[in-house]
Design a protein around this ligand. Sequence first.
Ligand code: 8YV
Length: 328
Amino acid sequence: MPASRLSVVVTRRLPERVETRMKELFDVDLRDEDVPLTREALAEAMRRADVLVPTITDTIDQGLLAQAGDKLKLIANFGAGVDHIDVQTARQRGILVSNTPGVLTEDTADMTLALILAVTRRIPEGLAIMQAGKWTGWAPTALLGGRVGGRRLGILGMGRIGQAVARRAKAFGMQIHYHNRRRLRPEIETELEATYWESLDQMVSRMDVISVNCPHTPSTFHLMNARRLKLMKPSAVIVNTSRGEVIDENALTRMLRSGEIAGAGLDVFERGHEINPRLRELRNVVMLPHMGSATVEGRVEMGEKVIINIKTFGDGHRPPDLVVPAML
Ligand code: 8YV
């Protein structure tokens, strides 16, 4: 089938440049309003499209896939994580799933470091004082944070983003430690001066900062559960720019309140934008609205990846960023 005739439904507004290119290449259905499609509208789109371009705000589960039309052959996700899509069921129904890896690595790693610095150096507290007009001048003991240099950083999930975090943290003088399903090649460990911990429990109990950088899969759900969070040193902080589901948010909130964990920097939350209200009351928590990869450049590159995946598929080839269930 020629790519120019593929019918493509995009569920959210994308950067103008990306939408313009899609209009040139495909028979594309774009959104005017930037709100998630209802489940009914999503089902309807999946009945009539050859290709669906969803985002993290669309949950594409078994029930929805059961209603997909015979035409639907590709779900070209705008995003790297695919935990909102039942990839296994899609595959069984002959629907391919692709994603946009690589182009958001550096931006997400930047934001991870920003959160580490924001929490340990108390940046939001300083900003709040300035914005409230409450600064009365410099004082030797005011707003003292901790020095990041020399601290032990434990990276949970050492894929592309984890490694990009390690490179940055090393430049800040942090000591790099990591836990991963597979140990890195020796030359990468040497380059990053990274220490591998086979036991996550042992790593967690010895770190000053924990950074969550693994994807959310059935085996990483609540990997940082109450028992593991309790292993953290009371002076340690945890940051998460991956997926909220990897941390038991209620347990974390309790421990931050009781001082069992010193602080947290969170860009993602367990129930999407439904955040435990108690987290908002805590001064030792820096929260961001899932903006780890939110750069103009990154969003355009994500869109370009989506287009390449669709076009390659339309030309009769395997999309370059095909997600195979075994990868998950
Ligand atoms: C994106 C992300 O903003 O790509 C991902 O997996 O978590 C984000 O950084 C979002 O998913 C876009 O769909």
